[in-house]
Design a protein around this ligand. Structure first.
Ligand SMILES: *Cc1c(COP(=O)(O)O)cnc(C)c1O
Length: 399
């Protein structure tokens, strides 16, 4: 017998659960794209996006996923032959660096493996050794969604500014914008990229490049930037179509407008961060109980280096795929695959899974997810310690 009927739960690190209000806001006929409400609604996104990023800088919006924002950020400030420093904390750090390589940009990688955050001191050492200022930018991922490691961007950014090295700090917040705290300006981040389908609770298809005047100076000195990716007109449009370099993403605009209403104007960004922090602690509490006496193991051991948006779990060969399959077939729950965690012994990363806990998420949704995981562990005879749900409930009760 399967108990998978009922509303399906997607607990993966993006796309995230969309609020019904976001879906309803998009449910409308094609709007007038020339005048009237749509251009106004689109422009109204800009101050709220900046509020989410905590920046007084600029933002360019793109019709594309996170990879589009990656490419856009690179081509506006880096040219073939330039060098970037990449403190790598998982698959996404390497992915951004590989994209840079396809553009002729070279990477100097500092490898932190896939079980820890970056160490700002090692990044500073590399910058200090670069007396000729060959390094044009540091590509940092705040939450690497594959390992679920969260790096201390505040420490890195403030220390980088203090050195006086001119490298730009470029930050990928695609996984965690609106989940993990970010203070783009205060922390000295020059460029930040994000997508709309994770913490921002909107269907995949819009992404953003935020940048400050330091980054704009670099852009102004570029010999050429392709017209589609150029952030100049997008960030300062004289005509509405320049905002998107073509047709506007009509329905995404309404969806994102509603999501930002919920985040910025109703719940409040700090309350949204606090909710994510509490729900993440509930996840960790459950897994820390289940870890006892069996193969379950949180990938990131240090609590301070764990993201509030996603949790990667090791569970022993094949058990990850078994558990995910069981949950989809029997519990109406989909968990994330073990992305980028393959090894010689486990090429497809069947011994991993990830729980996404980002965006539109409440106690009952999270407890349902955790309760279903416990049912799966029990059904599949995967040894686990007792008390995981109690521990998670305690965290939620104390919120
Ligand atoms: C999801 C994600 C990406 C890629 O975004 P897409 O929308 O899938 O292109 C890049 N970086 C991080 C940290 C992510 O979580």
């Amino acid at each position: 017998m399967t108990l998978s009927h009922g509303r399906h739960m997607l607990a993966i690190p993006g796309p995230s659960i969309m609020p019904d209000r976001v879906l309803q806001a998009m449910h409308r006929p094609s709007p007038n794209i020339y005048t009237g409400e749509l251009p106004e609604v689109a422009l109204s996104l800009i101050p709220d996006l900046k509020a989410v990023a905590r920046t007084e800088g600029h933002v360019a919006m793109y019709i594309g996923n996170g990879h589009a924002a990656w490419e856009a950020s690179l081509v506006n400030v880096l040219a073939p032959g330039d060098l970037v420093l990449v403190p790598a904390t998982g698959r996404f750090s390497h992915g951004w660096s590989e994209m840079a390589a396809r553009l002729g940009i070279e990477s100097q990688i500092i490898e932190f493996g896939n079980r820890s955050a970056l160490d700002p001191d090692l990044v500073l050492e590399a910058l200090d050794a670069d007396k000729a200022h060959k390094i044009k930018a540091v590509l940092c991922v705040q939450t690497d969604t594959s390992s679920s490691a969260k790096s201390d961007v505040e420490a890195l950014g403030k220390a980088m500014r203090a050195t006086g090295h001119p490298a730009l700090l470029m930050l990928d917040c695609i996984a965690c914008l609106g989940c993990d705290e970010l203070q783009m300006d205060d922390w000295g981040v020059d460029i930040m990229v994000a997508g709309c389908q994770k913490g921002l609770m909107t269907p995949a298809g819009m992404s953003f490049v935020f940048f400050n005047d330091r980054a704009q100076d670099r852009r102004a000195a570029m010999e050429r930037v392709s017209s589609y990716w150029d952030w100049t007109n997008r960030a300062n449009p004289e005509e509405f179509y320049q905002l998107w370099c073509g047709t506007a993403p009509t329905h995404h605009i309404y969806g994102l407008r509603e999501a930002l209403n919920m985040i910025i104007h109703e719940e409040g960004l700090e309350a949204v961060w606090a909710r994510h922090a509490t729900l993440a602690r509930a996840v960790w509490a459950a897994f820390e109980a289940w870890e006892v006496g069996g193969p379950v193991e949180l990938n990131i051991r240090d609590r301070g280096s764990r993201s509030n948006a996603v949790t990667a779990v090791r569970i022993g060969k094949e058990n990850g795929t078994r558990l995910r399959t069981w949950l989809t077939e029997n519990a109406g729950l989909t968990l994330g695959i073990g992305l980028g965690m393959g090894s010689d012994e486990d090429p497809k990363a069947d011994g991993f899974f990830r729980v996404g806990h980002m965006g539109h998420l409440s106690t009952h949704m999270l407890m349902g997810t955790l309760g279903s995981i416990e049912a799966g562990l029990t059904a599949l005879d995967i040894l686990h310690g007792p008390g995981g749900l109690d521990a998670a409930a305690q965290v939620c009760a104390a919120a």
